[in-house]
Design a protein around this ligand. Structure first.
Ligand SMILES: CC(C)=CCC/C(C)=C/COP(=O)(O)OP(=O)(O)O
Ligand SMILES: [Mg+2]
Length: 575
């Protein structure tokens, strides 16, 4: 597999150097100049000095006590709601405002009660209106309760009399639409619900009450289930505030909490940016993407909660390492170097990089030290020796990279299936998720290990969505710089489809994969799997966000305004 003769057999012009000690683009000992590729990635938009100079305001006891008193007021509000629909609407608002985590126990208690009173069996279905069914269905599935799609079996009978100009009727339509995205494969009633509501909302848009139009536009652009919670909170706080029925305390709490949590994210970033400066890759491996701030978006997207700060920093490190390795393999490394590097990773042997160019030694050492550091911290804090798991997942990643390198050098275009079987690994998500599985709040080793086994499908589907979304967003740039074929090209090559048809097909696959992920999440019965699957689902959501308008990761200007509002600008000055 790693035979050096491979490239020669294939007749490719690989590096014939004896590995000069320089990592320059032209080696002094080659018989011919070694021209390395460049992806011409733009430099980071955010310098070290700039990041370190950003002010952190929303920190300290004054803000904490103000937040505590508002939380008490909201708890009282939650305690006073009686009707199931009002209760579910309140829970939905708290979630979208990003503050539900403060009321976890209250919300769990209420959902449990409502589930058993209304959704558990058929008995109450006749007494429930369609809106209550739709909103409850979404929230129940989101929280791991199983509600059958049969609850919507005669949904068409109920919607015949709905009027597009009535607020209540269109909220019902919107809730039905959002519910349909929690479907599993082969749930045909939900497929009908989705098709019907999508067409209905689009066709009747001009008649919809004005105060609903932005909510409907937002939903049609992307369903709530596919949105990154933290990004959604920014949008929803503004939206909710405009509503006549809004609760001022909830608005104020959401804003203050957003700013206080943002301050924690900024501290995470400052810390990681010192790590990034110290590892020196920005200078020593300058061909690779420097995307620390955009990495924060992956990490915050996966879990934005304050208590996850240490873990987020680990994810930031992991994301930066994956990104650099990806560029070593995709862009800069020669075939021989990459085989040796992969061998060193598989054998976890630092001696095996002795002969490699400096850039690879630096890369390997930096990576190796980081893994030992992460493993050491886990060992001292939880008593669990995670290095064997980390070794395995990183070796799997590098082995998947080398498969792509081989395809690239041999000019092989795989079938879509062959490509994706490797591509869901080469996108790096299984590595992120392996690290994440050791970063949940579960302290019991046994529970984690059992959970990891049960999480296989969750990892697979979340990673696949990341791969497919990445390919949809990045393939134009990749083709232009001569990268190997990705999903779109593989499908075109295999079926003779046009690029447009191939893109449609990949979108369809994303849809299907979401349904599989929903099902796999639904089976997440233990605490570990539940917590883990939320992070894994968020990873898929960040991917769709990151690549929605092109390669937001490769071209960070595409997501610059969102980065600023997520991490640098407080929502508004609350004095
Ligand atoms: C989940 C995280 C944090 C991933 C890190 C970002 C990353 C390597 C994206 C893929 O880059 P790419 O578009 O160049 O990927 P590929 O070369 O595999 O297509
Ligand atoms: Mg790449």
């Amino acid at each position: 597999f790693y035979k050096k003769s491979y490239a020669k057999r294939k007749g490719f012009n690989i590096c014939k150097t004896l590995y000069s000690s320089q990592s320059n683009s032209v080696s002094s000992t080659t018989t011919q100049p070694l021209v390395r590729r460049s992806a011409n990635y733009v430099p980071s938009l955010w310098s070290f000095d700039h990041i370190q100079s950003l002010p952190i305001k929303y920190k300290g006891n004054d803000y904490t006590s103000r937040r505590d008193s508002m939380m008490e007021a909201v708890k009282a509000l939650i305690g006073n709601v009686r009707k199931p629909l009002t209760t579910l609407e309140l829970i939905d608002d708290l979630q979208r405002l990003g503050i539900a985590y403060h009321f976890r126990y209250e919300i769990s208690y209420l959902l449990e009660k409502i589930y058993h009173n209304f959704y558990h069996t058929h008995d109450k279905w006749n007494s429930m209106n369609l809106n209550l069914k739709a909103l409850g269905f979404r929230l129940m599935r989101q929280h791991g309760y199983y509600v059958t799609e049969e609850i919507f079996c005669n949904f068409k009978d109920h919607i015949e009399n709905l009027k597009p100009h009535l607020y209540e009727d269109m909220i019902c339509m919107l809730n039905l639409y959002e519910a349909s995205y929690h479907s599993f494969e082969n749930e045909s009633i939900l497929d009908h619900v989705r098709d019907f509501t999508t067409i209905y909302l689009k066709d009747n848009f001009e008649y919809i009450p004005e105060n609903l139009s932005s909510l409907v536009t937002h939903a049609l652009e992307l369903p709530l289930h596919w949105r990154v919670p933290r990004v959604e909170a920014i949008w929803y706080i503004e939206e909710y505030e405009k509503r006549n029925s809004m609760n001022p305390t909830m608005v104020e709490l959401a804003k203050l909490d957003f700013n206080m949590v943002q301050a924690i994210h900024l501290e995470d970033l400052k810390h990681s940016s010192r790590w990034w400066r110290d590892i020196c890759w920005e200078k020593k491996l300058s061909f690779a993407r420097d995307r620390l701030v955009e990495n924060l978006l992956w990490a915050v997207g996966i879990n934005y909660l304050p208590h996850f700060s240490e873990e987020r920093k680990t994810l930031l490190t992991v994301g930066a390492l994956i990104t650099t390795l990806d560029d070593v393999y995709d862009v800069y490394g020669t075939l021989d170097e990459l085989y040796q590097f992969t061998d060193a990773i598989n054998k976890w042997d630092i001696n095996l990089v002795d002969e490699l160019p400096d850039y690879m030694k630096i890369c390997f050492h930096g990576f190796y030290n980081s893994m030992n550091h992460i493993s050491y911290n886990a060992l001292t804090q939880t008593g669990f020796f995670i290095l064997p798991y980390l070794k395995k997942t990183w070796a799997d990643l590098c082995n998947s990279y080398i498969v792509e390198v081989r395809w690239h050098h041999s000019g092989h275009t795989p079938t879509l299936e062959e490509y994706l079987e490797n591509g869901y690994k080469s996108v790096g998500a299984p590595v992120i998720l392996m690290h994440l599985s050791f970063l949940t709040s579960i302290g019991a080793t046994e529970e984690i290990l059992q959970g990891i086994e049960g999480a296989e499908n969750i990892v697979r589907y979340s990673s696949l969505i990341l791969r497919l979304a990445d390919d949809l967003g990045t393939s134009s740039d990749e083709i232009a710089r001569g990268d190997n074929p990705k999903s779109i090209q593989c499908y075109m090559h295999e079926t003779g489809a046009t690029e447009e048809e191939a893109r449609k097909y990949i979108e369809l696959l994303i849809n299907k994969t979401w349904k599989k992920l929903n099902k796999a999440r639904g089976g997440a019965k233990c605490r570990f799997l539940w917590e883990f699957s939320n992070g894994a689902t968020n990873l898929a959501r960040v991917a769709q966000f990151m690549y929605s308008n092109g390669d937001g990761y490769g071209r960070p200007d595409l997501i610059k305004s969102q980065v600023i509002s997520l991490f640098f600008n407080p929502i508004l000055a609350i004095e």
